[in-house]
Design a protein around this ligand. Structure first.
Ligand SMILES: Cc1ncc(COP(=O)(O)O)c(C=O)c1O
Length: 467
């Protein structure tokens, strides 16, 4: 064995202790650590011939890169849609690295850790009150979940014309109807060869601005003259968390032949809230659903789930099995994740989610989700009452989109957001809302409190007064 590996092995316990204590320092100061870094980015270093061993490597990391680490899992990182990591999810994440399994098979000899993933999917279905008729698995994020679901949708479209697109490639343009898809769904269409320009954009409901107009949807469906198509619906648009009308879509599905995919990356968590779950009524008729775990489930990156109705299992294996795979029969009888998702090898991504779901249960997640919703309403009210800021859409769930009252405001808005994010007290994301620049704040982190909102509002006021 290499000498440095040998000495790290003999010092393993003390190395892990060092990392644990450094991790705890980060966690214990996460509220105060800045949300942005002004540190100089170090120059790239080449590979050492000999290597440094674990202890000196940690030192080098601390000198060069640790100062760049921001409090992105802390209570005031409101940009994108970013969760933190619950204590139990970190326990599961550490063990996922230590055990280093590659979950594929569920029986036989060798690694059968995929059983943990299958159980975690059942916990997810329980959390969201979804039927057991979905087969699910873990991928890196909602982008890959959208990709996975749309790959099966693509195969379904092929089959309606007697073709096997996975084997033959796409031979015709596939109609994809959608109103306000997340950019990652469009990226998935590009990756799948369906073309990001090929979507049929459906109008949105007057007044709602982001939810699909069912009237226009039906009008566009009629224009297809019975051709099967894919519908991408939104359970929570990223800006204003608008929900498509799933009850109406379910009705359309009784008349028209289409694959219904729902991107519920974070909006699906409305299912955990007694006051907001009505947004999701009938979403369980979707053929496929995207859910992100590194958002509101508050587990570490990279974690998301795809759910595809079990009746489509053959289409799913046709899409994902390796080309040299033997005939599989019923893919559920010989279940192997290898044949159900894009990657062959993966880490045990389900373990952090399994730990967190077991540790906090339905009540724990209801309290996280309702806390975030309450904070979004609190922040929204403060924006509404302010002389300087204006809400651009009602607070439906957990995201706020706002702008400045003063006009013209576009350059001032940039300056304001730069200063706000530069303060390190909070991080928010620039966005566009109906062709206007705007700012988005998203509440999903389990640690955030009203005190954080108050602190941010004071900082916002200080900065806008000075501009
Ligand atoms: C609705 C929706 N879908 C998909 C995504 C992409 O998620 P990820 O970054 O996990 O790939 C996001 C990210 O914010 C989202 O809000």
């Amino acid at each position: 064995m290499n000498k440095l590996l040998q000495s790290d092995l003999s010092e393993f316990e003390s190395l892990l202790e060092k990392v644990k204590s450094q991790g705890l320092d980060y966690i214990n100061t996460i509220d105060d650590r800045p949300t942005s870094s002004h540190q100089k980015i170090p120059e790239t270093l080449g590979l050492d011939k000999q290597g440094l061993g674990g202890r000196k490597t940690l030192q080098l990391f601390n000198e060069r890169f640790e100062p760049l680490i921001v409090s992105s899992s802390g209570p005031r990182f409101w940009g994108y849609v970013i969760g933190g990591s619950t204590p139990a999810s970190i326990m599961g994440d550490w063990l996922a690295s230590i055990y280093d399994q590659n979950p594929q098979a569920i029986k036989g000899t060798g690694d059968i850790s995929a059983n943990i993933e299958l159980e975690t999917i059942q916990l997810i279905l329980d959390l969201f009150d979804l039927p057991k008729s979905y087969v699910g698995g873990f991928v890196t994020g909602a982008t890959m979940s959208n990709f996975t679901c749309l790959a099966v949708a693509r195969q379904w479209i092929g089959k309606t014309a007697g073709k096997d697109f996975a084997k033959e490639g796409i031979t015709e343009k596939i109609p994809v109807l959608t109103a306000t898809p997340h950019s990652s769904a469009i990226k998935s269409l590009a990756l799948l060869g369906m073309g990001s320009n090929n979507i049929v954009k459906i109008k949105t409901i007057e007044g709602h601005k982001e939810a699909i107009s069912i009237d226009d949807l039906e009008a566009q469906i009629k224009k297809l003259n019975g051709r099967p198509f894919i519908l991408i619906s939104s359970a929570g648009t990223v800006n204003t968390v608008d929900f498509d009308d799933f009850k109406a879509i379910k009705k359309l599905k009784e008349t028209y032949n289409f694959w219904w995919h729902t991107d519920a990356a974070f909006g699906g968590f409305a299912a955990c809230s007694n006051t907001h779950k009505h947004f999701l009524e009938d979403w369980d008729y979707s053929d496929s659903i995207t859910l992100d775990c590194h958002k509101w489930l508050n587990v570490p990156y990279e974690s998301a789930v795809f759910l595809v109705k079990e009746e489509h299992r053959l289409l799913q294996t046709e899409s994902f099995q390796n080309s040299n795979a033997p005939y599989l029969g019923d893919p559920l009888e010989n279940f192997n994740y290898l044949n159900f998702l894009p990657e062959n090898s993966r880490r045990l991504k389900a373990l952090p989610a399994w730990f967190s779901l077991r540790a906090y249960g339905k009540e724990g997640y209801t309290s996280i989700v309702e806390n975030s919703i309450g904070l979004a309403q609190y922040f929204g009210k403060k924006i509404e009452e302010s002389h300087d800021f204006k809400l651009l859409a009602p607070v439906r769930l957990n995201n706020i989109v706002f702008n400045l009252k003063r006009k013209p405001n576009q350059n001032v808005l940039d300056a304001f957001l730069n200063q706000l994010n530069g303060s390190g007290k909070v991080f928010m994301t620039p966005t566009f809302y109906h062709d206007e620049k705007a700012i988005r704040a998203s509440f999903v982190n389990w640690r955030t409190t009203e005190k954080d909102v108050d602190l941010v509002c004071e900082e916002m006021q200080r900065i806008i007064n000075a501009i």
